[in-house]
Design a protein around this ligand. Structure first.
Ligand code: HEM
Ligand code: NAG
Ligand code: NAG
Length: 317
């Protein structure tokens, strides 16, 4: 046991000394690209004016980026040759706001070429998206580097919407995120939309004893079955995770308390005393939720992993 602890601390130390852990700071670009934040904010704002759905898409994209190889812009790389990239793997459901990052990068390359990483652009854009949806603001630490690897197969490491609470805790712990972070970050599901394929496993033939997931309110399940018929539905069929999908509020937690969480993971938050307490607290207090969300997203957003500053967010240098 003692040997194990020593080994672990040696490998953590060597990670630091090899420089794999980039130090992030709030004023990282003050000298090299002083208008970085306002430039990104303008790009996000103008895109969101034309298409509101980029708001949830940017937030989700940042999460997926950070969960695979750290926040290194790996989600932004295009498939190339025989390499199928993360963005072309199955859990890419609603990922579609890549053009916003391309636009912001183009502006920044004109102002300060080769300086601002794609991973930083995405982290700032995700914050701006939350603000545009009426959510809290926060200062984004910057200085992430972009990675050179993006593999579709690694998206298998993303948590699944049907995970139970212990699988969720484990998946978050692997990234240094706690049970508190889990409860707060899932509040991001106050924004956006999900396709039927992401939740229909709960609606029919759930398990050997239940047709419908017993953690789902029956009237809610009946409505979702109509939205997601087995045959003849458009590819775009689905539902929002919360009745106010464009407003960043605490409604998500109220919905979960009513048995109207869209995914199994949402209801799973009620199966552990710690997360259940947090869901109840966040449902009662918008401020308690946003304070916790901001703390946790800064943590998520600070998992680093890259090596370079890409010139084009879709290809390695
Ligand atoms: C256990 C972790 C999570 C799982 C399993 C999960 C799963 C999902 C699924 C299945 C969808 C619907 C995709 C579709 O059908 O199109 C979705 C959407 C979304 N997720 Fe999560 N999620 C998780 C955590 C997070 C976190 C931590 C964030 C952000 C901080 C986030 C932000 C979003 C947003 C904003 C959407 C809506 C996307 C849109 O409308 O374009 N999710 N998530
Ligand atoms: C999602 O992945 C599929 C293949 O699994 C691919 O054909 C599609 O272009 C991808 N969508 C986006 C938005 O990248
Ligand atoms: C969660 O799922 C895993 C894998 O299926 C299982 O081993 C574990 O017992 C489950 N945990 C809970 C709390 O249901």
């Amino acid at each position: 046991m003692a040997a194990l602890i020593v080994l672990t601390s040696i490998s953590v130390l060597s990670l630091f000394s090899l420089g794999c852990v980039a130090a992030l700071s709030l004023n990282y670009y003050d000298k090299t690209c002083p208008n970085v934040e306002s430039s990104i904010s303008n790009s996000v704002k103008s895109a969101a004016t034309k298409d509101r759905t980029v708001i949830p898409a940017l937030l989700r994209m940042h999460f997926h980026d950070c969960f695979i190889r750290g926040c290194d812009g790996s989600i932004l790389l295009d498939s190339e040759g025989t390499n199928k990239a993360e963005k072309d793997a199955a859990p890419n459901g609603s990922l579609h706001a890549f053009f916003v990052i391309d636009g912001a990068k183009k502006e920044l390359e004109a102002q300060c070429p080769g300086v601002v990483s794609c991973a930083d652009i995405l982290a700032v854009a995700a914050r701006d998206a939350v603000v545009l949806a009426g959510g809290p603001t926060w200062e984004v630490p910057k200085g992430r580097k972009d990675g050179r690897i993006s593999r579709a197969s690694e998206t298998a490491g993303l948590p699944s919407p049907s995970f139970n609470i212990s699988q969720l805790q484990q998946s978050f712990a692997l990234r240094g995120l706690s049970t508190d972070d889990l409860a707060a970050l899932l509040g991001a599901h106050t924004l956006g939309f999900a396709h039927c394929s992401s939740f229909e496993g709960r609606l029919r033939n759930f398990d050997s004893t239940h047709d419908v997931d017993p953690s789902m309110r029956p009237s809610f399940a009946a409505r979702l079955r109509e939205i997601c018929p087995l045959k003849g539905r458009p590819r775009s069929a689905g539902a929002t995770m919360d009745p106010s999908p464009m407003t960043f509020d605490n409604t998500y937690y109220r919905v979960v308390l009513q048995g109207k969480g869209l995914f199994s993971i949402d209801q799973a938050l009620l199966t552990h005393p710690k997360t259940k307490t947090l869901v109840t607290r966040f449902a009662a207090s918008h401020n308690a939720f946003v304070d916790a969300f901001v703390r946790s997203i800064v943590k998520l957003s600070s998992i680093t992993g890259g090596q370079e500053v890409r010139r084009n967010c879709r290809v390695v240098n």
